[in-house]
Design a protein around this ligand. Structure first.
Ligand code: SF4
Ligand code: SF4
Length: 271
């Protein structure tokens, strides 16, 4: 995002709209300016239509900065799944400098997903991805006000592989890995900053303590925050099988239920 100096009056009305505090008052000019490295291209300032002179304007983005928008702007699709992971080098080459929104129009919306991860955790009653005896895990890295650099995301991913994790293949972040066995990400994206992104995977319940230990250890090595979502099938007696595991580690879980009734689709087997 940019602020066009010739249109800016310096009213500063746009400053409070940025969730990353990337819009600042430039004392030298008296105008507002956007700190490019802190802007995650979420589009909030633009969509809010706060600027009376339309000085706030989306700039054309090139790879890898395009990832900022794809992971931070909920209205922006993640385009990489149009391509196979094994052809990611070609994907980068093809999209360099290209208008990705125009590409989306050409390829069709059904080929895209958002950068915020897969939808199955909210749809488990009909998708059946998480079975009894398993825990689905989503590490949500970064939050508005803090954001996350991919270099920190990579640290978390690497730590998880030491706990034996296999990443969800349809997750956008997995697509950006050069090696899913180590969690290594494409080197050119490591300094890119996004509002947040999600690492997703499924593990047997017995492996959950190891995974949570790895996450706890790496939490002190990164310059951002993360939340850990645990998804599990509720037992017949109504208990949540992940709760005792979390409590045994001295952590306090917050229980929330998300149920999608399927809207006519058959319920999936969960055993
Ligand atoms: S709202 Fe528009 S005119 Fe006012 S400071 Fe921001 S960019 Fe400049
Ligand atoms: S696009 Fe988002 S992060 Fe960038 S200046 Fe606008 S509100 Fe801030």
């Amino acid at each position: 995002m940019i602020i066009r100096e010739e249109l800016c009056t310096g009213c500063l009305d746009c400053l409070p709209y940025c969730p990353m505090s990337a819009i600042v008052h430039d004392e030298a000019t008296g105008l507002a300016k956007i700190v490019e490295d802190e802007c995650v291209e979420c589009g909030v300032c633009y969509r809010a239509r706060v600027c009376a002179t339309d000085a706030v304007f989306p700039q054309p983005l090139e790879w890898p900065r395009t990832l900022r928008m794809e992971f931070s702007d909920p209205s922006s699709p993640y385009l990489s799944p149009v391509f196979e992971h094994r052809t990611i080098a070609r994907f980068q080459r093809d999209l360099r400098g290209m208008d990705r929104r125009r590409l989306l129009d050409r390829e069709g919306e059904e080929l895209t997903i958002s950068g915020r991860g897969t939808i199955e955790m909210k749809m488990n009653d009909v998708m059946g991805r998480y079975k009894r005896g398993q825990a689905g895990v989503a590490a949500e890295i970064g939050r508005p006000g803090v954001g996350a650099r991919f270099r920190d995301v990579e640290k978390v991913a690497r730590a998880l592989t030491t706990a034996g994790v296999k990443f969800e293949p349809d997750n956008p972040l997995t697509d950006l890995m050069t090696d899913v066995r180590t969690g290594a990400l494409l080197p050119e994206i490591l300094n890119e900053k996004v509002l947040s992104c999600i690492i997703e995977f499924t593990v047997p319940l017995a492996s959950l303590p190891r995974v949570l230990s790895a996450l706890r250890d790496v939490s002190s090595q990164i310059d951002t925050v993360f939340a850990v979502d645990l998804i599990s099938v509720v037992e017949e007696d109504g208990s949540v099988p992940t709760v005792p595991v979390v409590e045994a580690m001295g952590l306090t879980p917050s229980i929330a239920g998300k149920t999608n009734v399927g809207l006519g689709r058959p319920l999936a087997p969960l055993d």
